[in-house]
Design a protein around this ligand. Structure first.
Ligand code: HEC
Length: 132
């Protein structure tokens, strides 16, 4: 019927992200925590995944050869190989893309992640990119 369900879903996810950001001012939900750098151990589920779900899976959820929706697929990488090297953010394709040190920078055509979000992902990789 030509209804672009995928795009509608992406729009809903984006709206959810905005609502999460607004809530962050008063609450400590998972989406809100992404706006600050966690102290102590960074959790994939609590801190990293919400960022990927909000900013990346619109494209990396079945296209672009890289799925970023789940831990397993993030670690699996793309046809070009892994995008995360545990313990080595500087060698992790994903980190180099979100910092713009490798082009095209991610998210393509979108707003760059906040510095706190980039630092959260860097720390998670540096701490071993655990499934936690
Ligand atoms: C608008 C669509 C879009 C969004 C949003 C997007 N990407 Fe991408 N991404 C692409 C495309 C297309 C490519 C392949 C382009 C290339 O690498 O030449 C790509 C490539 C990548 C690669 C390299 C994959 C490889 O094979 O080495 C990584 C890592 C990546 N994206 C991470 C991310 C992350 C992390 C986010 C969220 C912060 C994100 N992307 C958001 C479209 C997108």
């Amino acid at each position: 019927m030509g209804r672009m369900r995928g795009r509608r879903l992406a729009a809903w996810l984006a709206l959810g992200g905005l609502a999460g950001a607004a809530l962050a001012a008063c609450g400590g939900d998972a989406a809100g925590q992404a706006a600050t750098v966690p102290t102590g151990e960074v959790s994939f589920t609590q801190h990293v995944q919400p960022i990927l779900l909000r900013s990346c899976v619109g494209c990396h959820g079945g296209t672009a050869g890289l799925w970023l929706d789940r831990y397993e697929t993030v670690m699996q990488g793309s046809a070009n190989g892994p995008v995360i090297v545990p313990g080595e953010p500087e060698q992790s394709e994903l980190y180099l893309r979100i910092t713009g040190r490798k082009q095209p920078a991610m998210p393509i055509g979108g707003r760059k992640l906040k510095p706190e979000q980039i630092e959260t992902i860097r720390l998670w990789i540096a701490q071993g990119a655990k499934e936690n």
